[in-house]
Design a protein around this ligand. Structure first.
Ligand SMILES: *Cc1c(COP(=O)(O)O)cnc(C)c1O
Length: 388
């Protein structure tokens, strides 16, 4: 049972406490004293000359065509549209391509799905079936849309054989396939050398410009022109499409996108992982960084013969807050929205990671862990650190 963070309200207090530390660090030491290693950079790389062109009609006239060219280069397909978020693109797709009572089938390498797919299905009144075991996967009668997730929120990647198998079953059944490739459009293709989703036969693919690229939070949907145009019409009716300032920033992020930066992060990750392994058993590699799950943090503590009644989640949140407080390192357990994963993950492809050497990273992790061991003995102090 969680003693310190008991529910979403406590999570909001914790996030506000993290924001307070972020503000005071900026005031006292400047932006350079912060290191955002969440992997969600929210970059907005527009140029001086873009600023005068962001109006309601001039903006789309200038940027939409550039956007389409770059989006099709990135994802493949015939037509593309920019969304406010991946989530809004998924909602528009489900409204456009299914009817109440239809079935939506989803295969992903490991449950749970990003909430946007089951929640949008529910809003549409469609039945939602989720599979993460290929042996159980099937397409029941009444299915009108199939989702595949290329890489999960925890960066688990689909096997290429499974991907191809589902595409071939869907083609036989004549049902369109949408790939949620929010981070997968880069993780799968650059690190795992898999083809683009559309090259593998998907009808539509959607990705986030905030993940593994220095772009704003926004979604790009591309694929067959007939389907994209249906989805566009829904997007405009419900106000889900990206506005000119966002599209301009997406265009610049796509122009600047450089796969070699992701490849470079893997080398740094391997170095950090080897060094961490000397002190900790529980750190695992992710495609572009390292992570330790809450249960593993608890085990590290028990290995050092220290007992605590705090839950694994509470301990993970505390460690994340100490990293922020002492060293300006921002991670999701500290600053994330309520419901975000409590896993302590450091994304080393993040732009701020370029300013940290592997030795610095491991030293900071070891130091804050020592501090964590002291803090868990004083629950009252721990509670203040978490904003309570
Ligand atoms: C991040 C993510 C989303 C949602 O992206 P937003 O732009 O935050 O809406 C959807 N699916 C997966 C697999 C994701 O990782």
């Amino acid at each position: 049972m969680n003693m310190l963070i008991k529910g979403p309200e406590d999570e909001i207090l914790k996030k506000e406490q993290a924001f307070k530390i972020i503000r005071s660090t900026i005031d006292k030491k400047g932006r350079e004293a912060l290191y955002d290693l969440t992997g969600l950079a929210g970059g907005f790389p527009i140029k001086e000359e873009d600023k005068g062109l962001l109006e309601t009609y001039i903006g789309p006239a200038v940027y939409e065509e550039k956007f389409k060219g770059l989006a099709l280069e990135h994802l493949g397909g015939e037509e593309a549209i920019a969304f406010n978020r991946t989530t809004s693109g998924i909602l528009a797709t489900i409204i456009a391509l299914t009817k109440p009572g239809d079935k939506i089938v989803h295969y992903l390498p490991e449950s749970p799905s990003h909430p946007s797919i089951p929640k949008s299905a529910k809003l549409r009144g469609a039945k939602y079936l989720e599979f993460d075991n290929i042996k159980e996967f099937h397409i029941p009668p009444g299915t009108t849309l199939i989702f595949i997730t290329g890489a999960t929120m925890d960066h688990k990647i689909i096997r290429i054989g499974e991907f191809k198998g589902i595409i071939s079953l869907s083609k036989k059944a004549g049902i369109p396939v949408v790939v949620d490739d929010a981070s997968g459009a880069r993780l799968r293709t650059i690190i795992y050398k898999q083809p683009k989703a559309i090259e593998l036969g998907a009808d539509l693919a959607i990705t986030s410009t905030d993940k593994l690229m220095n772009g704003p939070r926004g979604g790009i949907l591309a694929g067959k022109a007939g389907l994209v145009n249906k989805i566009k019409s829904i997007a405009y009716q419900f106000g889900l499409e990206a506005q000119p300032p966002l599209i301009a920033a997406m265009v610049r992020a796509l122009e600047e996108f450089e796969p070699s930066k992701i490849i470079k992060a893997i080398k740094i990750r391997d170095e950090v992982h080897i060094k961490l392994k000397r002190a900790f058993k529980g750190f695992q590699k992710t495609p572009t960084g390292v992570m330790i799950r809450p249960e593993e943090i608890k085990k590290e503590i028990e290995r050092r013969h220290i007992r605590t009644r705090l839950s694994p989640q509470d301990i993970s949140y505390l460690w994340a807050m100490l990293l922020l407080q002492e060293h300006g390192i921002i991670t999701i357990p500290a600053a994330g929205m309520p419901g975000a994963s409590p896993t302590l993950r450091l994304d080393l492809s993040a732009p701020d990671a370029q300013r940290l050497k592997p030795d610095q990273i491991t030293k900071v992790i070891e130091e804050t862990f020592q501090k964590l061991l002291k803090t868990i003995k004083e629950p009252a102090k721990a509670k203040t650190i978490l904003g309570g």
